[in-house]
Design a protein around this ligand. Sequence first.
Ligand code: UDP
Ligand code: MG
Length: 316
Amino acid sequence: MRSDSTRCTIVLPVLNEESVIEKTASELFSAFLEVNMDILFVDDGSTDSTWKKITELSRDNPLISGMRFSRNFGKESAMLAGISDARGDCVIVMDADLQHPPSAALEMFKMWSRGAGEIIEGVKTRRQEEGFLNKFGAKTFYRILRALSGIDLDNASDFKLLDRAAADLIISMPERQTFFRAMSGWTGLKTARVYFDAPPRAGGVSKFSMFKLMKMAVNSITAYTSLPMQLVTVTGLGFFLFALVMSVQTLYMKLYGKAAGGFTTVIILLLLIGSILMISLGIIGIYISKIYNEVKCRPRYVLAETTGDRIGGGKV
Ligand code: UDP
Ligand code: MG
């Protein structure tokens, strides 16, 4: 084990989690009884009494602190805000609904203490309480992402331990649209894994709708690969070759006076080319909008208030 002064900060992004945060905090403290640990809640624009509860908790316990966003900026921003404000020698990021078990978090800390890695990743062994659609969606999405960008994220989660160096590296990444799950893999730092079963939520409901998940899928693919744009060029080349062959055939028909008919071919080609052009423009549009968002360089979040004893300032 490292020296006794080794501190671990647990970052919990929360959005309308009033029904679970107290339970989560107390379970974390009982799991980390022998560890120098503190909790940092990042309230991602909750509209229920979550912030009130965080304030109360931090008043009663100096090891609990919190920061509140002015509105919902998304889990990605909340996690990064927490990582940049965490004061521990290592940071554990986990969901606040106890779907990431405190016992697995402790296991991560122990592995890190033994020097198993600079990053310890939580890997889901089973997908519980998820409908067929979600399960299928997640699988397909990870398969597409792997094929396009080479990043293997099957069963990966946002449940991770980062040591100071890894945390600093991740905070220093300047991009606005982030995908935390894949960032740690990108760093190439020494990584170990902890496997965990995700139990059902301790309370409340999931904050990710199908629409939000699809948006996240598109965002993360475009954040990690520009291959879809290259596909546009490849498709264009393919069509050019096809057009050459068709032109030769058409000229041949014309020259030999057999150029009647062919109406169906024209319609089909027109529709096909039209739709491919539109899809291609759409793909390019997605990337342009991402570039636009990045060059605006807006802050990732706006802090409304903080509670508890926060040391160190956020630089995100
Ligand atoms: N969360 C957040 N901001 C959001 C959505 C979710 O901070 O915009 C938090 C949420 O409070 C929870 C964690 O992210 O602590 C995971 O969310 P959830 O459990 O709803 O996702 P699921 O487990 O269903 O994928
Ligand atoms: Mg959850």
